[in-house]
Design a protein around this ligand. Structure first.
Ligand code: ZN
Length: 69
């Protein structure tokens, strides 16, 4: 039941993960506070960066294929 989700859900989760790891004062998420973070890096952030890189490449290709407006 919970073993699958669609691509847009993955991108949202990956974006939240990336946001969590961006240092900024006064925000709810702070880098280093996710449960996957270790002094040597973060498996969840590594996963998210792969998802986002693929998503951004796909979106860039989609935009490049569109005629200029
Ligand atoms: Zn982390």
């Amino acid at each position: 039941m919970y073993d699958e989700c669609d691509a847009s859900t993955l991108v949202v989760i990956a974006s939240m993960t990336e946001e969590q790891h961006q240092p900024a004062p006064g925000k709810a998420y702070k880098p280093g506070t996710c449960r996957q973070c270790t002094p040597d890096g973060c498996a969840q952030l590594t996963w998210a960066q792969g998802i986002l890189a693929a998503h951004r490449a796909e979106r860039a290709a989609w935009r490049a294929a569109r005629p200029p407006q």
